[in-house]
Design a protein. Structure first.
Length: 346
């Protein structure tokens, strides 16, 4: 028996052990004792590191070793001498992986300088400082709801949408427009649904429902800006006044200068026409000539004023009649033909 179950060695009992004075020792017993001792020594661990243990070795008081370095850890892997445990300074324990520090434990905390990949639920009871990328494959709970604070000092990027169970406070101007949810063309962010709630994508029509209407001014009170009222059918020639309503009497202007006024049956020449599309042939009867002006755009109504004057007003007759929204008749005395100016405003 080289060693018993407790690791103690006892040489075999025979004529050599225990030795008796003046008693011959048999050669077979001597050889057996030497073989047993050789086996016990072979099973021991050499101090120069040549021996590889074949089973776990228990230590009553533990084992002490030098601090080592990140490239040559004190405890390393056989065949991989730059991977293992070492101590970079007093009261520190680190793990080297391929000559690079991968884990550091100090009295104040644990530092993981390399990427950390967590495959399932992760729970951190104390402070955790991650100096580089942190990859978590499963659900991760950080802190207690409504009591703990999560602070991200660096600029972070989420590869997928995130869900937060409580309100999240971020620094001002943290998100660019590109980080907002996309919207369709001609869409405005806002909310038309009653009550406080999430932001909605609004159309232009929905947006106008949120705006105030224009308030017209009075003689003593100034108005306020806002949405103008919708024009009713037939108000196409009315204008919006400072009172905030559409009013008539502010219609289109028209006018022109008529020449060749004394030629019966011919079409006079028009110069400087404003909202006048054409003039009819001249008709003379009983010393009166007349022609019809046709407007380019019809007026709002027949309630408009017309002014007619001749360049050499020696005659006694010029004027108008037969007013319509699309035309008006101009007449003058044929006794003194001359240029006639016609102007009006509806």
């Amino acid at each position: 028996m080289a060693r018993n179950g407790s690791g103690s060695y006892s040489p075999p009992s025979n004529t050599w052990n225990p030795a008796t004075p003046e008693t011959p020792i048999l050669s077979d017993d001597w050889n057996a004792t030497l073989a047993d001792m050789a086996t016990a020594i072979t099973q021991s661990i050499a101090s120069d590191g040549q021996t590889t243990a074949t089973a776990p070795i228990p230590f009553v008081q533990g084992i002490r070793f030098s601090g080592g370095t990140v490239s040559a850890p004190a405890f390393s892997i056989i065949g991989d001498t730059d991977t293992g445990f070492y101590t970079p300074a007093a009261n520190q324990l680190a793990i080297a992986v391929g000559g690079v520090q991968g884990f550091l434990i100090t009295p104040t905390g644990t530092t993981i300088p390399l990427a950390l990949s967590v495959g399932d639920n992760a729970s951190v009871a104390l402070s955790l400082t991650v100096g580089d990328d942190l990859t978590i494959g499963g659900d991760t709970i950080i802190g207690s709801a409504n009591t703990d604070t999560l602070t991200v000092n660096a600029t972070g990027t989420f590869a997928a949408p995130q869900t937060f169970s409580a309100a999240v406070t971020v620094p001002d101007a943290s998100f660019s427009n590109a980080k907002l949810a996309t919207v369709a063309t001609a869409t405005i962010k806002g909310r038309v649904t009653a009550g406080t709630g999430v932001v909605e994508d609004l159309t232009g029509t929905q947006t106008t429902t949120l705006l105030s209407n224009v308030v017209g001014a009075s003689q003593s009170v100034a108005g306020t800006k806002g949405l103008v009222p919708a024009a009713a059918a037939g108000d196409q020639y009315k204008v919006l006044t400072g009172a905030g309503t559409f009013q008539s009497g502010y219609g289109r202007a028209f006018g022109c200068v008529i020449t060749s006024t004394s030629v019966n049956g011919s079409t006079p020449t028009i110069a400087g026409a404003v909202n006048v599309a054409s003039i009819s042939n001249v008709t003379e009867a009983a010393g009166v000539a007349y022609a019809d002006l046709t407007f380019t755009n019809a007026l709002a109504s027949t309630a408009y004023a017309v002014h007619v004057s001749r360049l050499n007003p020696l005659g006694t007759l010029e004027g108008y009649d037969t007013k319509a929204v699309g035309s008006v008749r101009i007449y003058w005395s044929t006794q003194n033909p001359a240029e006639i100016s016609v102007s009006g405003f509806a």
